[in-house]
Design a protein around this ligand. Structure first.
Ligand code: BGC
Length: 418
């Protein structure tokens, strides 16, 4: 067996995703879902942040903050816009992005599916369809053959458990909106069941999760066949699950339902990607919200300490090294983000000092971008993007993040293990 090459030092990065940043993602399922009526999407992604063309500006911004890693997704719909037809120009663009990362000292962290898939794939019934895992694995192989020799970390699937986590949280009206959107898409595409990765019917949660499991295993095998030493894993949406006296059983139930199957599946992986935005506190009768909490733009309480709790839970449950593959805050008030980052990182320091092997921290996200059904109404970026000109303007929080990284430069994995 070939040893896996883990990063020598803790990675500091920003996480991004193709559909949310690139613009012009015309062959993607999500673009189709944004265009049907009714749609649960507030607006279409449209031009995004124009990153398909402006990727060098984005990498310059990342390098300018002192980052050492950059996470992006390869968009299957760009590379294989029609089943079986590979667009060489799309592969060439990703090839250039990987080299662009390397010359700037950024380790390329690549997500093979960040929720989106091609329209043709969704029309065939999406992830649960017969042959879907094999189609995805073939796509992963195509990507690996082109850029696999130079990437640092592979994430097969982004948050395959997200819909499950949202099960208890999303209002009924949103679930109805999701169903209506998929009905409209199926009608317009003239297919029995149009299915997408992050617009999931509540009644299909089990079906989708089982399909994602198969896709992860097939993708991991395809990636490892090409580079056995490349760290491969998946990322999970992880809430910091906290119990107050009497709430322990409810907490454990939430952990089992939301992460149990994924913790078991990740057993053969090299790391687990943790993506944390929230905390949930259980008491005997349900979930308690802190009184008078500071809130983010989405209305959730701001809990910087939640990151540490999520990382600890995932490591204790799997024994795997952890990559914080996303963590951030939606806020139009950048000073809130500027306070949030140092507080969350102090918690992460403590977890590392306590012996948890952490491969890196990737802040979500570099630019204010397309936040799925919420459109451009949420602001997660370290950098503001003018929606007219697409000009990038770094926010104060980007300097704060840069200073936090500088203060920790030299933090090593070995250090984490001591
Ligand atoms: C996703 C991102 C999303 C972020 C903020 C994660 O669920 O991976 O695509 O923008 O959280 O909501």
């Amino acid at each position: 067996m070939t040893a896996v090459t883990l990063p020598a030092a803790l990675l500091w990065g920003a996480a991004t995703a193709g559909h949310q940043n690139d613009g012009g993602d015309s062959a993607a399922d999500t673009t189709f879902l944004e265009s049907v009526r009714p749609t649960v999407f507030r607006e279409p992604a449209g031009r995004g942040c124009g990153s398909w063309e402006r990727w060098e500006d984005d990498l310059d911004l990342a390098a300018g903050m002192g980052l050492t890693a950059f996470r992006f997704s390869v968009e299957w719909a760009r590379i294989e816009p029609d089943a079986g037809r590979i667009d060489e120009s799309a592969l060439a663009r990703y090839d250039a992005v990987v080299d662009g990362c390397l010359v700037r000292g950024l380790a390329p962290v690549v997500t093979f599916s960040h929720f989106t898939a091609p329209h043709w794939f969704a029309s065939r019934g999406g992830w649960p369809a017969v042959g879907a895992a094999e189609d995805f694995a073939r796509f992963c192989g195509t990507v690996m053959d082109r850029i696999g020799d130079r990437i640092a970390i592979a994430i097969t699937l982004n948050e395959p458990n997200l819909a499950r986590v949202l099960e208890a949280v999303l209002p009924g009206a949103v679930w109805e909106g999701i169903g209506a959107t998929l009905d409209a898409a199926s009608r317009r595409a003239g297919v029995p069941a149009y299915r997408a990765g992050n617009v999931v019917r509540r009644e299909e949660l089990d079906l989708m999760e089982a399909a994602f499991e198969r896709a992860h295993l097939a993708a991991r095998a395809a990636i490892k066949a090409r580079r056995p030493d490349l760290p491969v894993g998946l990322s999970l949406a992880v809430v910091d699950e906290v119990a107050v006296a009497g709430g322990e059983a409810r907490r454990q139930e939430a952990i089992d339902v939301r992460y149990g199957r994924w913790f078991r599946l990740a057993d053969g992986d090299d790391f687990l990607g943790v993506q944390n935005y929230e905390r949930m506190t259980y008491h005997a009768d349900g979930v308690v919200e802190p009184a008078d909490a500071e809130r983010n733009e989405m209305g959730s309480p701001v809990e910087p300490a939640s990151l540490a709790g999520a990382v600890r839970l995932c490591h204790e449950s799997t024994g795997l090294p952890i990559l914080v593959s996303e963590h951030g805050i939606a806020t139009a008030d950048d000073e809130q983000r500027a306070r949030f980052i140092p507080a969350a990182l102090a918690g992460l320091d403590a977890v590392i000092a306590g012996g948890v092997p952490v491969l890196g921290y990737l802040h979500w996200t570099l630019l204010d971008n397309f936040e799925w059904i919420a459109g451009y109404s949420a602001h997660f970026g370290l950098v503001e993007v003018d929606r007219e000109t697409l000009e990038r303007r770094p926010k104060h929080s980007s300097q704060v993040y840069a200073a936090e990284i500088a203060a920790r430069s030299g933090a090593t994995l070995e250090g984490a293990a001591r």
